[in-house]
Write a protein that binds this ligand. Structure first.
Ligand code: AMP
Length: 472
C-alpha cells in the first residue's frame, strides 16, 4: 500500500484537477470553493484510475470525492451500469444518490438508481429494465438482485464501498462477497471508512489492487468539533445534566446518543414531560415511524432526537449543531463516529459528553485515541431552566397523497402560497418530502393553522387530500 502524501503541498482548487469544465462550473455554483482535505488527498489518485482507501467520515466531503471521480469516468452515451456505490443504510444511500445527482446536474441524462431494502422489489426490477448509469444501494437488496439476475454488473468499472466499517459491523460481509464476485476483476475499487479495524484491511487486500491510502491527519481536518466533558455522580444527575446542557446550548438540532433502547425511551419521555420538543429513534420502531422521525428531525419540526447508535446509522443532517453523549460510547470508534455528526464540512460542531466514575476508564481510552487530556467542566447552573424549553421552529403537516397520486413538491408549495384567505410566504415553507403515498411539508409554526386550512381546502392535481398536523 502507498500513502497519498504527494498531494499535501498542492493546490486545493478544484481547477487544479483534470475535471470536465461543466463539473467545475457546477462546483462553484454549489459553493464548493476549495477541496476538503479528503478530497485533496483522494481525488488525484482516484482520477488516475487507482484503487483508493480513504478515511472518510460523514461531513468530510467524501461523497463529493468519490462522486466526482465517478462522474469524470462515466461515459454518458453508453447507457450501461458503469458505477455502483454500496452503503450501509437506506438513508445514507438516499443521501449519496442526492449528492451525485447534485454534482451531475450540468451533465444531461445521467441516470442514478437507488436499490435499497425496505422498499418493494417489483418496481426496482422495472426501473432496472429501463436502465441506469449509476447504482446506489444497500448490500442486502443488491445481493438479491444480482443473485436473481435482475441486476447485471458485467459493465461495471467503478465500485465504491461507502462507510465500509459500518457495513461490516452490520454483518454485510457475505453479501459484499457475493456482489463483488459478480463484478469484473479489472474494475476500479474505492473504499471509504471512518475507522480501520483489521477486517477492513483483510477485505481491502482481497478486493483491491495496490491501493493508495488517503488519510487526513487530525490537524488537517478542518471539520473541527469542540468537545466538552461533564462529570455526574449517578443516573439521576445524568438526566438533570442533560436538561441543563440542552438549555444552555439552545440550537435548532441536537442529537442525544444513548447506549440502550430502554434508556432512549426513558430520556425521551423525561424530556417530553418537561416540555421539550423531542422524539426517540430506536430499533423497535417500524421502518415507517423511523422514516417519519428522521424526516421530522431533518425538517426542523423536532428540536431534539434521542437515539441509539444503531438507529442513528446513516442519519445525515447538514446542520446538526450539538451532539450529547448521555453515556460515553462503549468504544472510542463509536464515540468518534457519534461526534462526527456535528461539525460538517467547514463548520464547527459541539459534542457534550456526560460520564460518571464508572465510565472513567472509557474516558481514559478516549484520551489515548484523541491524544489529548480530558478535563471535566462544570455543568451550567440551574438558572438556565428558568427559560422556556427548546421548541422547534417548524411543524410538519402530513398529506395523504404522494408520488402514486402524482403529487409533486411544486403542487404543495403552490397550494400553500396561493393567494386567498390570508397569505403564506414561501419563506415560511420548509422542506417538502414526497414519498410513495404520503407527503410531508414543514411550515413555520406561526402559519400552521392557515397552512392546514389551505392544504385541506385547496386542490392539488384536481382534488383535495386529507391533511393532519404531526404533533410531537
Ligand atoms: P459528506 O461528508 O459527503 O456527507 O459531505 C458533507 C457536506 O459537505 C455535504 O453537504 C456536501 O454537500 C458538502 N461538501 C462537500 N464537498 C465540499 C466542498 N469542497 N466545499 C464545501 N462543501 C462541501
Amino acid at each position: 500500500m502507498h500513502s497519498s502524501t504527494d498531494t499535501q503541498n498542492t493546490s486545493l482548487d478544484f481547477s487544479s484537477l483534470n475535471l470536465p469544465v461543466e463539473l467545475l462550473e457546477n462546483l462553484s455554483s454549489l459553493g464548493y470553493e476549495q477541496m476538503t482535505p479528503i478530497q485533496a488527498q483522494s481525488l488525484p489518485p482516484m482520477l488516475a484510475g487507482k484503487d483508493v482507501i480513504a478515511q472518510g467520515k460523514t461531513g468530510s466531503g467524501k461523497t463529493a470525492a468519490f462522486g466526482l471521480a465517478m462522474l469524470e469516468k462515466l461515459q454518458v452515451k453508453r447507457f450501461r451500469i458503469q458505477s455502483m456505490v454500496l452503503c450501509p443504510t437506506r438513508e445514507l444511500a438516499d443521501q449519496v444518490a442526492k449528492e451525485i445527482r447534485k454534482l451531475a446536474r450540468t451533465i444531461h441524462n445521467i441516470k442514478v438508481l437507488t436499490l435499497c431494502g425496505g422498499t418493494p422489489f417489483g418496481p426496482q426490477i422495472g426501473s432496472l429494465e429501463h436502465g441506469a448509469h449509476i447504482i446506489v444501494g444497500t448490500p442486502g437488496r443488491i445481493e438479491e438482485h444480482v443473485i436473481k439476475g435482475t441486476l447485471k454488473l458485467e459493465h461495471l468499472n467503478l465500485l465504491v464501498l461507502d462507510e465500509a466499517d459500518r457495513m461490516l459491523e452490520m454483518g454485510f460481509e457475505a453479501a459484499l462477497d457475493n456482489i463483488i464476485e459478480r463484478t469484473p476483476v479489472d474494475r476500479q475499487t474505492l473504499l471509504f471508512s471512518a475507522t480501520f479495524p483489521k477486517q477492513i484491511k483483510v477485505i481491502s487486500e482481497s478486493i483491491m489492487t495496490d491501493p493508495i491510502v488517503a488519510k487526513v491527519s487530525a490537524s488537517e481536518d478542518k471539520t473541527s468539533i469542540n468537545q466538552h466533558f461533564f462529570h455526574v455522580a449517578d443516573d439521576n444527575e445524568r438526566f438533570e445534566a442533560t436538561r441543563l446542557l440542552l438549555m444552555a446550548n439552545p440550537v435548532e438540532s441536537t442529537v442525544i446518543f444513548c447506549n440502550t433502547k430502554k434508556e432512549t425511551q426513558a430520556v425521551c419521555q423525561g424530556l417530553h414531560n418537561d416540555g421539550f420538543s423531542v422524539l426517540a429513534l430506536h430499533g423497535d420502531l417500524e421502518q415507517r415511524d423511523r422514516d417519519q422521525t428522521l424526516l421530522r428531525f431533518a425538517n426542523k419540526s423536532v428540536a431534539v432526537l434521542v437515539a441509539t447508535d444503531v438507529a442513528a446509522r446513516g442519519l445525515d443532517i447538514d446542520s446538526l449543531d450539538v451532539v450529547i453523549n448521555y453515556h460515553i460510547a462503549h468504544d472510542s470508534e463509536v464515540h468518534i463516529h457519534r461526534i462526527g455528526r456535528t461539525g460538517r464540512a467547514g463548520s464547527t460542531g459541539k459534542a457534550l459528553s456526560i460520564f460518571s466514575d464508572k465510565e472513567s476508564y472509557k474516558v481514559g481510552l478516549l484520551e489515548d485515541e484523541l491524544e489529548q487530556t480530558i478535563k471535566a467542566e462544570l455543568l451550567p447552573t440551574s438558572e438556565v431552566l428558568a427559560k422556556p424549553r427548546l421548541q422547534a421552529k417548524m411543524s410538519t403537516i402530513q398529506i395523504d397523497g404522494g408520488k402514486k397520486q402524482k403529487v409533486r413538491p411544486g403542487d404543495i408549495l403552490g397550494a400553500l402560497t396561493a393567494k386567498g384567505t390570508g397569505d403564506i410566504n414561501g419563506a415560511d415553507v420548509g422542506k417538502i418530502n414526497v414519498l410513495d403515498i404520503k407527503a410531508y411539508v414543514a411550515v413555520n409554526k406561526k402559519v400552521l393553522k392557515l397552512a392546514l386550512k389551505k392544504l385541506s381546502t385547496g386542490k392539488m392535481k384536481g382534488r383535495t387530500f386529507k391533511v393532519r398536523h404531526l404533533t410531537v
